[in-house]
Design a protein around this ligand. Structure first.
Ligand code: HEC
Length: 159
């Protein structure tokens, strides 16, 4: 009986492993998670508002609707005014700073994925409901994180 249990367990792990591989195409494959495509909604992400079961239409869940990566020119008030949520870039995410009226925290990949899925910030504060909760796979979240925290060649130096 014990041997059977072990064999079943090994078989299950094998199956899960295959399923996992099937969900995560190799980098470069058209279906591979692409941080920029996820950010702009070219690769849509299912999402809903906190405490609501209704799936939001894909066009409403695009990060770029509410977050700018970095205004190419900080003087451009029009671009700044469009950002409902904070501008998401390496400086914002990786610098330890007070957030949401709580203590200073920085984001890491794990806490970034957690806030996307659960609305809970690194300080354990629950962020505003306007920010949707995403049904996002680990590989997609990782791709987004790398895209947002990568140094940007086009970004102008900060004053
Ligand atoms: C409908 C608008 C909207 C969309 C779509 C949206 N966000 Fe947000 N997001 C917000 C708002 C508003 C906040 C600020 C919440 C707060 O400060 O309480 C926020 C906060 C965040 C934070 C936390 C920032 C902090 O201050 O701690 C992260 C990270 C984030 N969003 C990432 C994303 C990503 C990645 C996507 C796309 C997958 C996305 N958001 C899509 C509106 C949106």
């Amino acid at each position: 009986m014990r041997r059977f249990g072990l064999a079943a367990c090994v078989a299950l792990v094998g199956l899960l492993g295959q399923a996992g591989l099937a969900q995560q195409p190799a980098p470069g494959h058209p279906d591979a998670p692409d941080g920029q495509a996820l950010f702009t909604g070219q690769q849509p992400l299912p999402a809903h508002l906190r405490n609501q079961d209704i799936a939001l239409p894909p066009v409403a869940t695009r990060c770029v609707n509410c977050h700018l990566v970095r205004a190419p020119d900080k003087q451009d008030g029009r671009l700044a005014a469009q950002s409902l949520g904070p501008v998401l870039d390496a400086a914002f995410l990786l610098t330890s700073q007070p957030r949401h009226g709580g203590p200073a925290t920085a984001y890491a990949e794990g806490s970034f994925c957690r806030v996307l899925r659960t609305s809970v910030a690194p300080s354990d504060i629950v962020i505003a409901q306007a920010m949707p909760q995403f049904d996002i796979a680990d590989a997609q979240c990782q791709a987004l994180w790398h895209y947002l925290t990568a140094p940007r060649a086009h970004a102008k130096p900060q004053p």
